[in-house]
Design a protein around this ligand. Structure first.
Ligand code: GZL
Length: 311
């Protein structure tokens, strides 16, 4: 177990720090996207800034690695545990083990579907359904007043993950009001550029008339752009593209006219997480749900803000 943690880049600390310093065990999804890289940096920088000892584990997008890391944090008797659950289901058993060990848990970024909300103290992250709705609202406005069918292909995030489930649901709810919008193909691109390119290649081969791509994150959208250009088409023109995240590479593509609209999803959860960690460690009551503030960007807005983007 300890070896696995070490392999995941975690600290094999062993005995809990007894120098009054809070020790936080953090299980990260992986390193699948630009968003995840920025999220990890935010957490590591904020822990250092807050004087919190961080035991960090990278699960390489595998739930079994996360569960293993969470159990190792219990063995190490860390003071607080936080994690971004790679998928929504299958956490109750390990969360009950952590609760029985008397260690408070904070969910960050993604949620779990557990009915027992006593298993964690707080969930800090975005409203993914709202993000999907914002994407749908832009598309409805873009095609306002037209009657021709609009063929949409969708690159979903990691199967079973909260962002994939909710971004899909929010988008479908908004466009579902007008029958001209048709999702002609929808498949997971696992939130990565490589898979996004691979799946978009397949979409292009099996669909002759694609009007719009809705990708659940920038990275899959950027991979899809490679596929679209490889097919001799102009991304942002022949095929309109909507993505979610607003990481630098996505914003650059938006400014360059290859993406048409981006819904922001902030990865900068570190500082708010560390405030929550200190409070739960002190036994203070905390908000059960901490929502992150985020906006949307058009091509013009991206050109204006690119120079100041942090990630
Ligand atoms: C969203 C986060 C998602 C990002 C992807 O909060 O969980 O996972 O949108 C990342 O880029 O891979």
């Amino acid at each position: 177990m300890v070896a696995a943690l070490a392999a995941c880049g975690g600290d094999t600390g062993g005995e809990p720090a007894d120098d009054g310093q809070i020790t936080l065990g953090f299980s990260q999804v992986g390193a699948e996207s630009g968003w995840r890289t920025a999220n990890t940096k935010s957490i590591q920088d904020a822990a250092k800034e807050a004087g919190i000892k961080l035991q960090f584990s990278d699960a390489q997008q595998k739930q079994e690695n996360q569960i293993q890391a969470l159990r190792s944090f219990v063995t190490q008797k860390v003071d607080v545990i936080a994690f971004s659950p790679v998928v929504e289901t299958g956490w109750d058993t390990v969360l009950r083990e952590i609760k029985d060990a008397g260690i408070p848990v904070i969910l960050t970024d993604r949620a779990v579907d557990s009915a027992d909300t006593s298993l964690y103290k707080s969930f800090i992250g975005s409203d993914f359904v709202l993000e999907g709705k914002k994407a749908g609202e832009w598309l409805v406005a873009e095609y306002e007043g037209t009657t021709e069918q609009v063929n949409i292909v969708e690159l979903q995030g990691t199967t079973g993950s909260a962002p994939a489930n909710d971004r899909k649901a929010g988008f479908a709810e908004v466009i579902g009001a007008d029958p001209k919008f048709k999702i002609v193909a929808s498949q997971t691109g696992e939130f990565t550029r490589a898979k996004g390119k691979e799946v978009m290649d397949a979409f292009l081969k099996s669909n002759s008339d694609i009007d719009v791509l809705y990708a659940h994150n920038d990275d899959m959208g950027l991979g899809a752009i490679e596929a679209i250009e490889g097919a001799g088409l102009k991304p942002g023109v022949d095929i309109k593209i909507i993505t979610v995240d607003a990481v630098k590479d996505g914003m650059q593509a938006l400014a360059d006219g290859k993406i048409n609209f981006i819904v922001e999803c902030s990865p900068l959860l570190g500082p708010q997480l560390m405030e929550l960690v200190k409070k739960v460690d002190a036994g203070e009551e905390v908000e059960a749900r901490v929502l992150t503030e985020e906006t949307t960007f058009t091509q013009e807005q991206a050109k204006a803000v690119l120079p100041e983007r942090q990630y």
